[in-house]
Structures are given as structure tokens and as C-alpha cells.
Design a protein around this ligand. Structure first.
Ligand SMILES: [Zn+2]
Length: 89
């Protein structure tokens, strides 16, 4: 486990080339990643860790929902949160 450096947005901007992750608040260098759909704020970037741990799983989850809807199977709250014993057929 790496130690994340927490910083304010102002501190991140003060370090040239460093950006603040919109998800975990860590500072990182480089271009970063688009945090959508986890964070939809324009211009927001996220670190590689959050990209792999949060953004990509969220996109895969949404992609699965889209496939389910396109297949004519509407996702229900029961289906998303786990099986609570109710079935719509
Ligand atoms: Zn992050």
C-alpha cells in the first residue's frame, strides 16, 4: 500500500506539473485519467489507482446495465443490490 499525499487543490496547482486526484485527493504527475462517471466535474482528473479501483469498475458496471437494458431486461433495484428473493420473471 502506497502512502497517498493529501493536498488541497491550491497546493496541487502550486506544484507545477502536479495534479490533484478528484477522487482520493492524492497528488500525481502526468496527464492523469478521466474520472467520469465517478466524478463528472469538467476538467477533473484522477490518479491511476482510482482509475483502476473506481472508474473502470464503474464503467464496466454501467456497460453491463446498458447491455441489460438493450437486451430488454430492465434492471431493477433488487437486481442491482443483490437478490432479495423477488423475481420479475
Ligand atoms: Zn486517486
Amino acid at each position: 500500500m502506497t502512502t497517498a499525499i493529501k493536498a488541497t487543490r491550491e497546493q496541487a496547482q502550486a506544484h507545477k506539473g502536479m495534479k490533484m486526484c478528484a477522487i482520493c485527493g492524492s497528488m500525481f504527475s502526468g496527464y492523469g485519467n478521466n474520472p467520469s462517471p465517478v466524478i463528472t466535474e469538467p476538467g477533473a482528473r484522477c490518479c491511476d489507482n482510482c482509475n483502476w479501483d473506481a472508474v473502470i469498475p464503474a464503467r464496466m458496471y454501467i456497460s453491463g446495465l446498458v447491455k441489460t437494458i438493450r437486451a430488454g431486461k430492465v434492471a431493477t433495484a433488487a437486481g442491482i443490490g443483490g437478490n432479495d428473493g423477488t423475481e420479475n420473471g
